[in-house]
Design a protein around this ligand. Structure first.
Ligand SMILES: [Zn+2]
Ligand SMILES: [Zn+2]
Length: 316
């Protein structure tokens, strides 16, 4: 790796648009270790809990941030930005993007562009993350560590790229995570003085609320690309290998109904039947009742029941 390459990787920690079009990037399928050092470091930083200890407050904050940010990824990055499964005002859209960015999974345009590509090529050669084509590790996290998947393909998200505030957030995708980390540290340091009986410190709230919560959130999200194309049942005979998996649906607030989702990605809900628990859908119904979102795309009955007709021998 040349010195220039390392310098560029470091600049991309804070500016993902730095030299956006480096010739040859698209062909480089190797892990860019200098660029992904923060991803590795976040895992190592979880061990900081051995030094900071734990408290009920820190663990509660970690769990709450896991749930809120999982909802942001599921309902907004996935169902809203990637699939346009409902509508919202421009201001609400920006708040969704900020919440999604706090999950430390790059910006909304990068996320949606790669995800749309996944649906267009699911489990075929061009799928960026297929366990069937490339194995578990590659589909779980190897794919986004590779240089070829670093860039945001604006041509795949023209409907989102026309908003400058979203383009800014996508380019400087470290800003929101850094602000969250700073807020957690400052809150912990304040609590240490203001409420010493809680046993919280700045470092402790940073390790639990940011590092541990984010690493768990990452790997829970990644299971949809790896495990949900491998383990579970296939209600619909989609062209890919997507599965419905109740455990993954609980873990990801609804995304585990992945075979349903590949059958009809436009829908705002992924649990197609009342017994398929889809917490993000319940949350979206609540936001609809509050007037924050509107026009949640339903699942047409003919799509929902198409497996029955296929089973009975009728044309799907
Ligand atoms: Zn999929
Ligand atoms: Zn999708």
């Amino acid at each position: 790796m040349t010195a220039n390459r390392v310098a560029l990787a470091l600049r991309r920690w804070v500016d993902s648009g730095a030299d956006a079009a480096v010739p040859g990037d698209e062909a480089e399928d190797r892990v860019d270790w200098a660029r992904v050092l923060p991803f590795v470091a976040m895992h190592v930083a979880c061990l900081g809990a051995l030094a900071t200890g734990a408290s009920a407050t820190a663990i509660t904050v970690a769990a709450a941030l896991f749930l809120v940010r999982m909802f942001a990824i599921t309902a907004f990055y996935h169902r809203y930005f990637s699939h346009r499964a409902f509508r919202a005002s421009r201001a609400a859209q920006f708040v969704f993007a900020l919440l999604g960015a706090s999950a430390v999974q790059r910006g909304p345009l990068w996320w949606a562009a790669h995800h749309r590509h996944h649906h267009a090529h699911a489990d075929r050669q061009d799928d960026p993350h297929s366990p069937v084509q490339q194995g578990f590790l590659r589909s779980h996290c190897g794919w986004f560590l590779a240089r070829k998947n670093f860039a945001t393909h604006l041509a795949r998200v023209p409907d989102l790229a026309r908003y400058p505030e979203l383009r800014w957030l996508d380019r400087y995708d470290a800003v929101v995570p850094a602000a969250l980390a700073a807020l957690l540290f400052a809150t912990g340091a304040w609590l240490e003085r203001a409420a010493p009986h809680l046993g919280v410190s700045g470092a402790q709230l940073l390790v639990w609320g940011f590092c541990i919560s984010t690493v768990l959130l990452w790997h829970a999200t990644f299971t949809i690309n790896s495990l949900a194309h491998r383990f579970g049942s296939r209600r619909y005979a989609t062209r890919d290998d997507s599965r419905n998996n109740a455990w993954l649906a609980l873990l990801t607030l609804g995304e585990g109904w992945h075979n349903n989702h590949h059958r009809y990605p436009a829908a705002a809900r992924q649990g197609f039947f009342w017994w398929e628990i889809d917490v993000a859908w319940y949350g979206l119904r609540l936001l609809e009742a509050l007037g924050v979102v509107r026009d949640l795309t339903p699942v047409p009955a003919a799509i929902r029941d198409s497996h029955r007709r296929a089973r009975d021998g009728a044309p799907p």
